[in-house]
Design a binder for this molecule. Structure first.
Ligand code: ADP
Ligand code: MG
Length: 296
């Protein structure tokens, strides 16, 4: 039977927009010592905007830029990633009509590959360029500069040659800094986990004050990071919103998800954060600690 104190606490959580699935999850929250946070859509708003467009070969030239944005956006329609949405929205804002790809495949944690007008087209991160052996020196310095500013550079290649880059930037949720400060006040260690590159990740990490950053991880790597922390003896809560977070949410001792996140993430988690921000994370742990103390 679920103790009355647990039922009461679960009800109180709900009034703060913290939906805890069952008393057992509430009890497990007490022992958490490490919080793992996904970046995009969890720490940040997850509604990134295009900020820069760069061509590999030539000076800025709006016709060539339009052509590149058109194929990039056509491919990104295949992806549900927030970065993809930003590129598609931007193409529409520029009034571009999008080409229909003959084929496309979304490569989780890397980007998208497809065929457009008979051309093999790629859009994604540096790891995607490496995977397809694209010579990318021409834009390496630019990518570095954009990443240092907290922007995510998306590389574009056509038929094995680098075409250019579209940079996309997300904004930190207004409550993230305060929530992470409260996690620290509860004595928790805070780790940020992201598939994004380490410079962009580092820039965001400095903005919000996390203790540790693990960047460039594929979805399988997110699970491994949680397992590694657990193997070190930590009791881990994972907070995420995406399809790619679902396995790590399930692996964690407690998984917390954003209500506006992917359904599969919410199913994998134990706690749903109705306010779609991190404030509920330290709050749910404080609630659990208080409840368990009363019960002893
Ligand atoms: P996170 O949600 O933590 O940022 P993801 O695993 O979703 O991590 O993405 C990791 C990286 O893979 C992104 O930062 C981006 O560089 C690249 N990527 C993923 N999907 C796309 C896409 N549709 N278009 C371009 N790049 C992508
Ligand atoms: Mg995410």
């Amino acid at each position: 039977a679920v103790p009355t104190a647990v039922m009461v606490a679960t009800g109180r959580g709900a009034t703060f927009g913290i939906l805890i699935k069952g008393g057992e999850a509430l009890q497990r929250l007490e022992k958490i010592d490490t919080i793992v946070l996904d970046k995009t859509g969890t720490i940040t708003a997850g509604r990134p905007q295009v900020t820069d467009v760069l061509l590999a070969g030539s000076e800025s030239n709006s016709a060539a830029e339009d052509q590149m944005i058109r194929i990039a956006a056509a491919l990104e329609r295949a992806s549900e990633h927030p970065l993809a949405e930003a590129v598609v929205r931007y193409a529409h804002e520029r009034g571009l009509s999008l080409t229909q790809p003959e084929a496309f495949e979304s490569l989780t944690g890397l980007g998208v590959v497809g065929m457009i007008n008979g051309d093999v087209t790629l859009i994604g991160n540096a790891a995607l360029m490496r995977k397809y052996s694209i010579a990318s020196e021409a834009l390496q310095a630019a990518a570095l500069r954009l990443s240092e500013a907290g922007k995510t550079p998306l590389w574009i290649a056509v038929n094995g040659a680098l075409e250019g880059m579209i940079a996309v930037a997300d904004t930190v949720k207004p409550t993230s800094v305060q929530a992470i400060r409260q996690m620290h006040a509860e004595g928790l260690r805070v780790v940020m986990l992201t598939g994004d590159n380490d410079r962009t990740a580092g820039a965001i990490a400095r903005m919000v004050g996390v203790d540790e950053v693990v960047a460039g991880v594929l979805p399988a790597g997110k699970v491994d990071s949680v397992k590694r922390l657990q193997a070190e003896g930590h009791v881990v809560a994972m907070v995420g919103d995406g399809v790619n977070d679902a396995p790590a949410l399930a692996q964690a001792d407690v998984g917390l998800t954003m209500a506006n996140g992917a359904d599969i993430a919410m199913e994998a988690g134990d706690v749903t954060l109705m306010r779609n921000d991190l404030i509920g994370v330290p709050m749910s742990i404080a609630l659990s600690r208080g409840t368990m103390r009363v019960m002893r």
